[in-house]
Design a protein around this ligand. Structure first.
Ligand SMILES: [Zn+2]
Length: 265
């Protein structure tokens, strides 16, 4: 199988158990792996997933270095780690440069865990640096199960950022914006904006997911699971149930991710 999962989480072995317990305590989600790289690889093997992008989140500026060091250690042909920058990091520009220089391909941001508003002007130099270093920005978008529903990264703000920074290689999460799919359809649908599908199944009717995936530009849909918070095998089976035509399914499951990640076909 060639499937690429564009949105997963894992933690260093020494803190995985603690991190999972803390995250489980914060929200209603139960983890479906033990949070380690080996746990993720086992889940990928069961699901027929060949490669996973791991999205780490720096919840304070000082976490840039340990996340980068760990990312360099765990990367392989099956694991593609994205680094993370905290918006308050005074050295954000330099850290984004180092990230690219170390061969890491993307940055993950999470407006709720990092307490920023997507189109706040203080983010602009970060977006400029991400563009100039030719990195991918994987950003949590839409509401978040574990936080109050504040509009800090909704489709309106996504569109504002993309109008200001059309060259930004932004991958939005959760089918454009979690639990804000009316706004996704109103503002983002049909436009050349990457969206991965994690955490949409069960929160929006299956036929609406299929409609969005069938109507959005074929080159801009990506498979993602948010593992360990969703089961990778179940997510892969769900794509089969959507009855997408072969070309669209291939684009979703791996072709677009391969192109975006610069993998040889
Ligand atoms: Zn996630």
């Amino acid at each position: 199988m060639n499937i690429i999962d564009f949105h997963t989480h894992a933690f260093p072995d020494s803190i995985a158990a603690r991190a999972i317990a803390a995250l489980e305590a914060e929200g209603p989600c139960k983890a479906l792996t033990d949070g380690t790289i080996n746990g993720l690889l086992r889940s990928m093997d069961n699901a027929g997933i060949c490669t996973s992008v791991i999205a780490s989140i720096a919840t304070k500026p000082a976490q840039f270095e340990p996340i980068l060091a760990w990312s360099k250690k765990i990367r392989s042909d099956r694991i593609i780690p994205f680094a993370s920058i905290h918006p308050d990091d005074p050295d954000a520009t330099e850290h984004i440069r180092i990230t690219a220089q170390e061969g890491i391909q993307g940055i993950k941001l999470h407006p709720y865990y990092q307490q920023f508003v997507l189109n706040d002007p203080r983010m602009f130099t970060i977006y400029e640096s991400i563009i100039s270093q030719n990195l991918i920005l994987l950003c949590h978008t839409g509401f978040d199960l574990a936080f109050p529903h504040d509009r800090i990264c909704d489709p309106e703000k996504i569109m504002d950022v993309l109008e200001r920074f059309p060259a930004l290689n932004l991958v939005t999460s959760h089918l454009g914006a979690w639990e804000d799919w009316d706004e996704v359809e109103r503002l983002m649908f049909g436009k050349p904006i990457y969206m991965e599908i994690s955490y949409s199944k069960g929160f929006i009717p299956d036929n609406r997911i299929a409609e969005i995936l069938n109507g959005h530009p074929i080159d801009y849909i990506l498979f993602g699971t948010d593992s360990p918070w969703m089961d990778q095998s179940e997510a892969a089976r769900f794509v089969d149930q959507l009855m997408l035509d072969t070309e669209r399914k291939t684009a979703l499951l791996y072709r677009n991710a391969r192109r975006l990640l610069g993998m040889t076909p």
